[in-house]
Design a protein around this ligand. Structure first.
Ligand code: ZN
Ligand code: ZN
Length: 211
């Protein structure tokens, strides 16, 4: 596995540590953290600080013992405590969202397939299967979209994303992710709002596929 180069932004890790992320994003962040030592350490720091703030009232200047506590937490191995264990390419949090079942791929056309893990008015999280060389239809976003690569890689206007890399797209980005050559690209994709497709046909199909 090549090194992970696209990580969870610090503010998002803090929101995750505080339990403030919508379910779809929380599953995706937990999955990245389970693959990424760097974000695991950063998350541990947020959790230590969050716990210290809750425990230490009245608030005093940051003591050396608090600092020691934080660094002790950094040394302690953190696990997101998924009920399910990693299975093949699927991290524990994904297995948890799958409720232990195998993915049930539904075709989206052009060889692209998906398995919706959960979808409601707050967003959706799904597995995407993209054959080598195939593009996900050109689209922009009404909200945030998080894409975590689990197998293979894809490239778009912003760069290349391999296993463990997390792409964050917002309303300012219009992109066309294309799966690279090699193994089919399998991603975990989470949104907090519906995507906007430029082409008419995908837009017509949108209600059907709940993208
Ligand atoms: Zn990371
Ligand atoms: Zn997108």
């Amino acid at each position: 596995m090549s090194a992970i180069s696209h990580h969870v932004p610090d503010a998002m890790l803090a929101a995750y540590a505080a339990g403030n992320l919508p379910h779809a994003f929380a599953v995706t962040v937990a999955s990245h953290v389970s693959l990424c030592g760097q974000c695991r350490v950063a998350l541990g720091a947020h959790q230590a600080v969050g716990g210290a703030v809750l425990e230490d009232t009245p608030v005093v200047a940051v003591s050396s013992s608090l600092k020691d506590d934080i660094f002790a937490q950094l040394d302690a191995p953190f696990t997101p405590e998924p009920v399910h264990e990693r299975n093949g390419i699927f991290p524990g949090p994904v297995m948890e969202a799958l409720k232990g079942r195998e993915p049930q791929w539904k075709t989206l056309g052009m060889g692209v397939r998906q398995d919706i893990l959960s979808a409601d008015t707050n967003g959706s999280v799904r597995l995407l299967y993209i054959p080598p060389g195939q593009a996900v239809p050109d689209h922009s976003h009404n909200g945030l979209e998080l894409t975590l690569v689990l197998q293979g890689s894809f490239s778009d206007e912003t760069g290349r994303f391999g296993v463990g890399d997390l792409e964050i797209a917002d309303e300012h980005l219009e992109h066309t992710p294309v799966a690279d050559d090699g193994a089919p690209c399998i991603c975990l994709a989470a949104t907090d709002a519906r995507l906007r497709f430029r082409a008419l046909v995908p837009r017509l199909l949108q209600p059907l596929f709940r993208i």
